[in-house]
Each structure stands twice: as C-alpha cells, then as structure tokens.
Design a protein around this ligand. Sequence first.
Ligand code: ADP
Length: 476
Amino acid sequence: MESDIEWNPLVTRNLQRQLKWEFILFMILLLVEIFLTVLFSITYTAIFHAEELLDFDEIYRDVIEVGPEEAFRINDLPEGVWIEIINDNNQVINRFNSPRLPGYQYTQKEINMFLNNLYLDVYAYYPEDNNQDFVLFFMPNADGAIHFDVILASVGFFLLLVYMTIHVISRRLGFKFLDPLNALMQGIRTLQKGDYSTKIEFVSNSEFDQVRDAINGLSSNLSQEILKRKEVEASRNQLLVDVSHDLKTPLTNVIGYSEVLLQNLSQVPHQDEQHQKMKRYLEIIAKNGKQANYLLQDLSELSLLQAPNLQIDCKPVDLPEFLREFVIDCMPELDEVGFLYDFEIPEKEISCEVDERKLRRAFQNLIDNAIKYNPMGTKLKIRLRDEGENVRLVFQDDGIGIPEEYQAEIFDPFVRADNDRNRSTGGSGLGLAITKKIIEKHGGTISLYSDPTGTTFSILLCKTRKCDLEELETEQ
Ligand code: ADP
C-alpha cells in the first residue's frame, strides 16, 4: 500500500512555529502582568497607605495661604497627621493637631535633624525661598517600614494573573495539540474496531494534519482492500456453489448407475470370481461417490452460509418443544450405536426466533460427530437452559475428547483432529464450520470445552433476532 503523503520534519516546522508563538504570547502577557501588578500595588497603597502619596507642594501652598487647619481639611489628609509652621527662630508659629503650642521652640539640632529628614515619621517641607517659614508634617503611620500587606497583595495579584495566563496558554496548547491527538486516537480506535469508513476530521494547521491524512489514506486503502477481498470471497463462494451444483448431476448418475449395476449383479444366479471382483469395484465406486456427494453438499452449504447477504428464515419457535422432537428423532440412531443418553429440557415454553431447518442441521452435526468419533457406551447429555434474554444449549459427551492442539481451529473449515484417527470416519472437516456459521447467523455463539474425558459444545442463542441484526451490521 502506497501513500502519497510526504513527511519532511525539516520543512514542516508548523508545530515548532506555533510553540514559539505561544511562548512569545506568554512573555508578552507576563510583561503586561508585571505592569498591572505595579498599577495594582500603587492603587492598593493609595487606598490603604494614602499618606505616602501626598502632594506636599500643593499642601504647603494651602498651609501658607489658608492656614494648617483649612489645608488639612481641603487636602483630606489622613487622620493623625500633624502640621506645624516653623519660623526662622525655630519657633512654632501655627499648628494643627500638634500638641505643641504656638511659641514652642525647637533646638537647632532638632531642626537640623528635621531638615535632613532624619526622622522617618516627620516630613519637613521647606520652600525654595529659604527666608520663608517651613512646615513640618508629622505622620505617625509613615514609619518607612516595608508594608508586607502591599507586598503580599501584589504577589498574590501577580500569581493570580500568572495562573490565569498559564490556564489560558494551556487551553490554547490543548486546543492546538490535545484536540488533534484526541481526534487521531478516536479515529485509530474506530479503525481498530474494523470500521474503515469514517474519516478523521479536524484542521490544526500543523503536522497533525499530515498524520490525519496519512491515517485517512491508510483506512481508505484498507477499506478498498477489504471490499476487494469481500468481492473475491463472494465470487469464490459463488464458484463453489456453482461447481457443486454442476457436479451434483453427474455424481448422482455415477452413484445411481453403480447401485443399479450392483443390484443387477446381485441377481446373477451363478457368480464367479469375475462377478465378485466387479461387485467389489462397484461397491467402492458407489461408496466414494456418496462420500464425494456429502462433501459437495457440505461445501455448497458452507459457501451459501458464508455469503454476507444471506438472510436466514427466522420464526418464533418453542425451543424446548423443538429440541424434544429433535432428540426423539435421534434416539433410534443413538440406540443403534449403543450410546447412553440423558436429556434435560424444560417443560415450560421458551419462545425463540430461529430458522428451524438450519438449527436442526447445526444440532445434527454435533450428534453425528459424537456418534462418529466416540466408542459404544459413550454417554450423550443434551441440556437446554433459560438465561433471561438468551438460551443456552449444551451438547456433552464423555467420549475420547478433541486433542488440545486442534481445539483453537476446530471450527475452521477442513480442520479434522488427528487425520489418521479420522480416516475411517470419512468426514469432510466442514461439519463444525457449518454449525458455527449457523449459530452465528442466529446472532449466537458456540464454544468448545474438551479434554480426554469428553467434549462439550455450549451454544448461546438470543431469544430475539436483534443480536443477529447487530452482527450483520458490523459485518458490512
Ligand atoms: P468432520 O467432517 O471431520 O466430522 P467436523 O468439523 O464436524 O468435521 O469435526 C472436526 C473434527 O473435530 C473431527 O474430525 C473430529 O476429530 C473432532 N470432533 C468433533 N466432535 C467431536 C466429538 N464429539 N468427540 C470427539 N471428536 C470430535
């Protein structure tokens, strides 16, 4: 199978390109987040640490123009802020909130400390014109300490943004990589189930598209191959049916004429050696002719059953009653070969949709085998059990069993356990294949359990035909 999909990882670098863009996007978002975090921390500080953001130029102007009390009010200063206006002599000349009364004199040392802003909670504002009074702002909360709440809130805010970004990027990556991968996996699973008709459909603009096309190409090749194989199988089946039909007439003539000749020969009054020889030859011809006829019948039946469009003729049947009639018909034959038997069939009615003629054929094969391959005195048990939606039928004998190495393939056509052992029985190796096909056409299953103490065939049948329809659907 050849695919026209070209794969050159050096040329097709779409995934790499897409990943690169995702990382670039991540970096851009990270920068935006850092910017937002700075904004956040400023806003946070403005709300919870307003005194650190005061515009002292403006407040000073107000203090000089309208006095400290009015300046405090119009600038909406935080509670606890003191304002003192100090003159050239280091004396307090006006104040608001401060416990020091006008006239209070600071030492020069204190003033120097103020002017050099060596007190953390005091802000000294002195105008450009040194001759003017200067103002002291006492801010009890402005202790210069690092505000852990601001750091915590900012880090928290930043981490939240980073988490959201990672979430968004991972969603985008998921959409780009996981979605195509999921679609591919789904498609492969459908292929595994044997459904080659569905196409994998997604567009990722990356190398995944090539994988998708490769799988779709493969599945379409496979479905074409399967179609061809089905056509070949169908024509082979038809050929087998036609050949066996065409051979039937000449073979019936061979058998018929050899039997007539045999009969005529038997009526000859004085039979010499020549007569005896001819009789033996004719017997061999009739026997082999019959065997060839059985083989042709089995072959033709199996070929018909294998045709995918064959519909079996199912009708509701009281299965226990059907089985009782069947075993009654088998009893004389079982008695004749010295078999013991035991039947366990419920009295109550169990309605089951089956093709009576075909099911009888399937059961007959199992009984014939038990008789053919096991010695006199073998016990044959047949059981029927109601299992809700299903019925179970068990055909069990305590004969010689089927060797383990043949068990896995025993339902395949032409498989016969231990050919030497079976040569005398003259079977075709098609009986169990026919039985299995009939059971499967009913939507049922058949399984084998065998060891040297005997052989058991267990059949599970649906009471209604819905299972069969499902099976037919999956087959097509
Ligand atoms: P055949 O025409 O040879 O009977 P089948 O498909 O019916 O073909 O059976 C396949 C082989 O399984 C037989 O050749 C036989 O060796 C083995 N077999 C089937 N049923 C029994 C049984 N009840 N006991 C022992 N061997 C069996």
